[in-house]
Write a protein that binds this ligand. Structure first.
Ligand SMILES: *Cc1c(COP(=O)(O)O)cnc(C)c1O
Length: 373
C-alpha cells in the first residue's frame, strides 16, 4: 500500500466545483472532533443556521445543512414535498433541471416540464402561459445552471407564482455565496444549495431551507416521507429546540466546522462585497478571454459571474487543452456536458477561486496552451 495522500498537490480549481478552499476552512476541518450533542457543538449548529439565514436572506426557521452533497439537498426538497401522483412542473435548460425531472419521476410525481434551449434562460412569458392552463403542487427551477453558465430569472418566476397554491422550489447550488439569493423576497418555499461551489467549503453538505408553508405541507402528508435519512420532520428535531435535541444521525462534525468557518468568512467580507468580487473577476476573465480570441457561449444579460461558458475554437482539441492545463499548469477547468460536450469549456470563478491572481494565471496558461494544442 502506498501513501497516496502524499501525491495530492494543490490544483487551482477553476471548474464547475469544487472550488478553492481558503486556509481558514482547512484549519476548521482539523479542529478536534467533539460529540454531536455536545453543548458547544449545538451552539455552533445554531450559528450555522443564523449564518445560512443571512446568506439566503430568509427568516425560515427550517434552514439547515443536510449531510450530503448538493444532490442530497435536491432529494431532500423533493422527497419531503412530493406524494405519489402530485403534479409538478420543472423548468429545464440544462443538466440540473433534467436531474430534477429524474428525481421527481422516481418519487412517482406527475412530472411536466418546459424545455428551454441549453445556453438560454427560462422565459417567464412561456411559464406564465403554462400556469394559466395548469396547476401544479410544485414549480421548480435552477437559479444558476452550472452546466451552461446561464442565470434564470428566479425573481420573475416567483412573481408569477405569488398568490397561487404552487410551492416554488429553487436550486441555488451554484448561486449561493456568489450572487444575490433572496429567498423570502422571491417567494421561494423550498431551496437547496451545496458547500463546494461559491461557499468554498469542501463537498459534503447541502444547505436547505423550507418556508412555513412548505413545512406545513410536509407535516400534513398523507404518507410518510419515503426516505428516513432525509425526513425533515426528524432532522428538524435535531436542529431545533431550546435545550432538548433528538439524535437522528451523527452529524458530520468536522464538515460542519468547515461550513461554519466558510460562512463566517463570507459574512465578514460582506455579501455585497463578495458579489462585487465575483462580478469584477468575471469581467476581467471575459475581457482576457476575448483578447485571446475566445468567445463567451451565453449572451451577456444571462451570464453567470461564477460559471463562464466559453466556446471551444474551431480546430482546438477540447481534451488536450484541459490536460495541458491540468498537468503542466496545475489548473482544472470543466468540460461541456450533454449536448454541449466538446462545444464549450466551463471556467469557474466560485468563492475563494474568484481572485484576480487566479484569473491572470489561467489567462497566461491558456494563451500558452492554445498555441500548443
Ligand atoms: C453541482 C450542482 C448540483 C449537484 O451538486 P453535487 O454536490 O454534485 O451533488 C446541483 N445543482 C447545481 C446547479 C449544481 O451546480
Amino acid at each position: 500500500m502506498s501513501e497516496l495522500l502524499k501525491e495530492v498537490e494543490e490544483i487551482l480549481l477553476m471548474g464547475p466545483g469544487p472550488s478553492c478552499v481558503p486556509p481558514e476552512v482547512y484549519n476548521a476541518l482539523s479542529c478536534k472532533t467533539i460529540g454531536h450533542l455536545d453543548p458547544l457543538f449545538i451552539k455552533i449548529m445554531d450559528e450555522i443556521q443564523a449564518l445560512l439565514q443571512k446568506v439566503m436572506n430568509t427568516k425560515n426557521k427550517l434552514t439547515l445543512p443536510i449531510s450530503g452533497t448538493g444532490s442530497a439537498g435536491m432529494e431532500t426538497c423533493f422527497v419531503n414535498l412530493i406524494e405519489p401522483s402530485d403534479p409538478i412542473l420543472i423548468l429545464t435548460n440544462g443538466v440540473f433541471g433534467v436531474r430534477m425531472q429524474e428525481v421527481g419521476n422516481r418519487l412517482g410525481a406527475q412530472v411536466d416540464n418546459i424545455d428551454f434551449e441549453w445556453g438560454t434562460p427560462v422565459k417567464p412569458e412561456v411559464v406564465k402561459e403554462k400556469l394559466e392552463n395548469n396547476s401544479y403542487k410544485i414549480v421548480a427551477v435552477v437559479h444558476a445552471e452550472t452546466s451552461t453558465g446561464v442565470k434564470n430569472p428566479v425573481d420573475e418566476i416567483g412573481s408569477l407564482l405569488k398568490g397561487t397554491d404552487s410551492l416554488f422550489l429553487v436550486d441555488t447550488v451554484t448561486s449561493l455565496g456568489g450572487m444575490e439569493v433572496n429567498i423570502d423576497a422571491w417567494g421561494v418555499d423550498s431551496v437547496y444549495s451545496g458547500s463546494q461551489k461559491c461557499l468554498s467549503c469542501p463537498p459534503g453538505l447541502a444547505p436547505v431551507s423550507l418556508s412555513d408553508r412548505a413545512f406545513s405541507i410536509i407535516s400534513n402528508r398523507k404518507t410518510k416521507v419515503p426516505n428516513w435519512y432525509l425526513d425533515m420532520n426528524l432532522i428538524g428535531q435535531y436542529w431545533s429546540g431550546e435545550r432538548k435535541r433528538v439524535y437522528h444521525h451523527t452529524a458530520p462534525i468536522n464538515m460542519l466546522y468547515a461550513l461554519y468557518q466558510a460562512l463566517l468568512l463570507i459574512v465578514k467580507e460582506g455579501l455585497e462585497n463578495v458579489f462585487q468580487r465575483h462580478k469584477e473577476n468575471h469581467i476581467k476573465l471575459k475581457e482576457g478571454l476575448e483578447n485571446l480570441g475566445l468567445q463567451m457561449y451565453v449572451e451577456e444579460p444571462y451570464r453567470l459571474p461564477m460559471l463562464n461558458a466559453v466556446t471551444i475554437p474551431e480546430g482546438k482539441d477540447d481534451l488536450k487543452v484541459r490536460q495541458i492545463l491540468r498537468n503542466d499548469f496545475k489548473i482544472e477547468i470543466g468540460a461541456g456536458l450533454g449536448p454541449l460536450a466538446g462545444k464549450i469549456w466551463r471556467i469557474g470563478l466560485m468563492g475563494y477561486t474568484a481572485r484576480p491572481e487566479n484569473v491572470d494565471r489561467l489567462l497566461d496558461a491558456l494563451a500558452k496552451t492554445l498555441k500548443e494544442a
